[in-house]
Design a protein around this ligand. Sequence first.
Ligand code: SF4
Ligand code: SF4
Length: 318
Amino acid sequence: MKKRLLGKTGLEVSIAGFGVLPMGPSQLALPLEEGAEIIRYALQNGINFIDTAQYYRTYPYIKRALEMESFDNLVICSKSLCWDYEGMMEAILEAREELGRDVIDIFLMHEVRSGQLELRSGAWNALKDAKANGLVRAIGISTHHADITEAAASMEDLDVIFPLFNYAGLGIRRGESFASADEMYEAIKLCHSAGKGVFSMKAFGGGNLTAHYQQALDYVYAKPEIDSVMIGFGKISEVDDLLSYLSGSMDRAYNPDVSKKKVYINQEDCEGCGSCKNTCPAGAIFYNENGLAEVNHEKCLTCGYCSPVCPVRAVIMY
Ligand code: SF4
Ligand code: SF4
């Protein structure tokens, strides 16, 4: 698979990365061996870039895949939602421990929203110190926000940016409002011009654009400012589809079977506490006439963020 240098990091990454979120406990909850086998298969087929996070609880799959077979020049990115110095430093140490790697290639502040950069400066300082001390190679931000992506372009110490980007603009935000794909693309161009490495997430809008598979990939791969596109995989056939697309052998009429996986809220269990609604980055959860949470599937990114915050495990995916 084609590789590119990720900005000025010196890291060479495949133009498609492996997002490990879908196989983890907040989504498919695959058995360890099954998930690890999918990762190994992708690595055997030229993907060398893996995205995970403290929040995803997917480190064991990656570690197991690397126990099955060793791979050279692998680039692992993780991230943490922690806001303070100590929390971020602990997250980095946890990743090193649980992944069995002395150095984490890329570590990010996870899902930075408008107005949070100052508030999360403790975590950012931890990332800078971790890089200075050789615990990580490159640091940056993941975000769904066009304004944060713009700001990243002028952050001197930031090496990489991981923005949400898809042709429909699903999930792209600016402050409390939605923003367009064009706005995010302008911000991405700024980052690229500033020498930042750019890898994008949610090309399929969390599964909502999978029915337009090639259109979705054509859109992101037509952007030369994006070094790599991170794609979530939960099945070997999904890796095969991507390989087929990138090799140019995919029939232009083909689109995968639209994913049947959706996030639902079990109405018998829900207590209407609102935690899921407050956590949802896409504004996809609303209260129904019974005062209980429900998911608007038009907006849902299937990111799984609502699942772990539910105190009664009423958020389910099938
Ligand atoms: S309802 Fe919101 S938080 Fe839950 S999976 Fe969908 S987009 Fe993510
Ligand atoms: S977090 Fe759980 S209990 Fe609370 S509103 Fe959401 S689904 Fe219902």
